[in-house]
Ligand binder design. Structure first.
Ligand code: SF4
Ligand code: SF4
Length: 135
């Protein structure tokens, strides 16, 4: 019953397609290569990023380290380089607490292979396949 309620909330109310399972292993990789997405695109230039810094403290933590076909790449100054742990863990922004989210895929991103979290489809492929066969 709990599973059904959870699935209903995730799919019908939150409009999610994936459950996040697993735990953070503290490797720090997701804090070393970050893309910044605004409402409809990944940030491409420094000027735009400077404006974003005024909107949320999270952006102020980021430093540009490069650019690729997706957009500007940032790393976070709060990552302790020796321990790979977040120096403001207890007060880290919500976006860090919610990582990884499925929106990551929509902007062309991916979770590192050795991340302790995995995203699994809420509706298994076999169930979708069965529905198609019944039609
Ligand atoms: S990549 Fe995954 S395991 Fe590594 S710090 Fe980020 S959330 Fe944790
Ligand atoms: S604030 Fe902490 S958890 Fe968030 S990106 Fe920076 S180092 Fe990572």
């Amino acid at each position: 019953m709990f599973k059904k309620i959870k699935r209903f909330i995730y799919t019908k109310i939150l409009r999610k397609k994936y459950y996040r399972i697993g735990n953070c292993l503290g490797c720090g990789k997701c804090c070393k290569k970050i893309y910044v997405k605004t409402s409809n695109h990944v940030v491409q230039d420094e000027k735009e990023f400077e404006k974003l810094k005024l909107l949320h403290r999270f952006y102020g933590y980021l430093t540009i380290i490069g650019k690729d076909e997706t957009g500007l790449i940032f790393s976070c100054s709060n990552l302790d380089e020796k321990t790979n742990l977040c120096k403001i863990h207890k007060n880290r922004p919500g976006i860090c607490r919610r990582y990884p989210q499925e929106e990551l895929f929509m902007m062309g991103g991916e979770i590192s292979e050795d991340c302790g979290y995995k995203m699994v489809p809420i509706v298994p492929f076999s169930e979708i396949f069965d529905k198609i066969l019944k039609k």
